[in-house]
Design a protein around this ligand. Structure first.
Ligand code: SF4
Ligand code: SF4
Length: 524
């Protein structure tokens, strides 16, 4: 079934073994977890602790609280304002160390922060944001005493209505170190590298311009730490990222911004972006405000003008055209794997099989739940098929066509945590691409201002030189490294509870899932 206009072995004669002339030494990044607390003095807290003027600074609260909410700095006479974001709240009321009760002056008061009601949205409720921040800070799943309800959102659809059917106890005892969370990205046996990543996810495409250079760089450094990948998005990438080329995916999208032979030759994976799940049929649009001199240089564009990536590729109207595209890239970079990113129209299964036969290594299905604040709601909510249907449909069709074990299926669009990752895999994906979750790790508050002028208030999705300095690279890298570590621990726990020794054993196991629309069981 597989066809290619130029067989690989002929290609070997056409091009020299190493087509890359300008390779840079690659830099390793540690995946060691280190504390990375919030970069803001007053992190948003679920509970607030107030200390009244009745306080006589006796120190009893600091003595009892195991979470270090009350701090008397050395040499100071008075306590600093309570660090409310460290407080576990209601769960403490029953404990012996409840400071409010322990205070002899009755000077302490604990209330639920009213701001929490306004934080987040249905897909990313406040508890999910807080839990993700906690994971990015500590590198571990949130402690149970925090009582975050973070595994599902409140959208009443998608992954929020799907649960695992966990057995009462694990069917077989498995140790953590026996579980394999890695996945293979090249399953074609075509002589190209059999790239393997240590976790079943990689970072999604966010272009320089849509996000800051610090954000892009932190993403790829975390990917390097976890032996995974990060996608540059459309528009090429900065020289500063070249020491991490081995973990970069670069995109060829409809605007062809930043696409040069030299950039294609640098990286191990090239992604054709045909559409984005959050705005299928709408193409891309970088507002003029964000097109700073640095962005314009990489995109080879004029500073300050809005940049459009049309929909669709006007050079591709058939699978044969797609095959021509793939052959082009395979000629330019003999080592590269090809990923094809599509949204989820109702005939996405046909698109996937066509793309496989055209020679792609990775079929990347992008559903509509994701996207930053730059994607209009009307597109997100009304155009493409929900990702959970698309993944299952494509997986089954590839199995029926005998092609499933020759291609890697990746799902994206609204993957928020380890539970979503596991659900997407059980539906039929080999792995997933994550996007917003990485931004949340950096402190994103889901305010949906990503495309508004230069002004992401958190300095993440911005090119404003002043706002960008809010975030320090080492801190940002560590936050994403920590989040990945926490996710891996949760994924290992899910696999253990299901009695599975590897992520690949979970692929397509829809029998382990239930949909709440069709059961009275609320699941575990
Ligand atoms: S309520 Fe408990 S966790 Fe919160 S500050 Fe007081 S002692 Fe610490
Ligand atoms: S905090 Fe920044 S990245 Fe997050 S939604 Fe707001 S503008 Fe976008």
């Amino acid at each position: 079934m597989e066809k290619s206009s130029v067989p690989e072995k002929e290609l070997n004669h056409i091009l020299p073994a190493n087509t890359l002339k300008t390779r840079m030494p690659q830099v390793a990044v540690s995946r060691e977890v280190k504390p990375a607390p919030s970069r803001y003095r007053n992190e948003i807290a679920k509970f607030l602790i107030f200390r009244s003027d009745d306080c006589v600074h006796c120190g009893k609260c600091a003595e009892v609280c195991p979470y270090h909410v009350h701090v008397l700095k050395p040499g100071y006479k008075y306590f600093a304002s309570p660090k409310s974001h460290l407080c576990i709240g209601n769960a403490c009321e029953q404990a012996d160390h409840f400071c409010v009760r322990a205070c002899p002056q009755k000077a302490l008061r604990m209330v639920e922060n009213p701001m929490i009601k306004a934080l987040g949205d249905y897909r990313w409720p406040a508890d999910m944001l807080l839990a993700t921040w906690k994971m990015a800070e500590t590198g571990s799943p949130p402690p149970p005493e925090c009582e975050y309800d973070y595994r599902v959102g409140r959208s009443e659809g998608g992954f929020d209505r799907i649960r695992f059917k966990f057995p009462e106890k694990p069917p077989v005892p498995i140790r953590d170190d026996e579980i394999d969370t890695g996945i293979l990205l090249n399953r074609r046996d075509d002589g190209r590298p059999r790239l393997r990543i240590d976790v079943p996810w990689y970072g999604g495409g966010m272009s320089f311009g849509s996000v800051s250079n610090v954000t892009q760089l932190a993403k790829v450094r975390a990917a390097a730490a976890w032996n995974s990948f990060s996608c540059s998005g459309e528009g090429g990438y900065m020289e500063r990222m070249r020491p991490y080329d081995d973990h970069m995916i670069t995109q060829v999208a409809t605007g062809l911004f930043g696409v040069r032979e030299e950039t294609i030759q640098r990286v191990p994976i090239i992604e054709f972006k045909y559409a984005q799940g959050a705005k299928p049929g709408l193409g891309g649009h970088l507002l003029g405000d964000k097109n700073t001199p640095a962005v314009a240089k990489i995109r080879e564009a004029v500073v300050g003008i809005s940049l459009f990536s049309p929909f669709p590729f006007h050079s591709v109207y058939s699978i044969e055209d797609h095959m021509k595209h793939i052959d082009w890239i395979k000629h330019v970079n003999r080592r590269a794997l090809i990923s094809t990113k599509v949204s989820t129209p109702t005939d996405v299964d046909m698109v996937a099989v066509g793309s496989y036969s055209a020679g792609t290594h990775i079929i990347h299905l992008d559903g509509g739940y994701g996207g930053t604040g730059a994607a209009p709601d009307i597109a997100k909510k009304n155009i493409a098929m929900p990702i959970e249907y698309a993944v299952a449909k494509v997986h089954r069709f590839l199995v029926d066509e005998g092609a499933r074990d020759k291609v890697t299926l990746i799902a994206s669009g609204g993957i928020r945590n380890a539970h979503d990752i596991a659900k997407a895999i059980a539906l039929g994906a080999d792995g997933v691409v994550v996007g917003t979750a990485e931004l949340v790790a950096l402190g994103c508050i889901r305010c949906s201002r990503c495309s508004a002028g230069r002004g992401c208030p958190r300095g993440i999705a911005t090119t404003d030189p002043g706002l960008v300095t809010q975030m320090e690279l080492e801190w940002a890298t560590q936050r994403i490294v920590n989040l990945y570590s926490a996710w891996r621990q949760e994924l290992v726990d899910i696999l253990k509870r299901l009695g599975l020794r590897s992520v690949s054993e979970l692929v397509g196991r829809t029998d382990l899932l239930m949909h709440l629309d069709y059961t009275n069981d609320e699941g575990r």
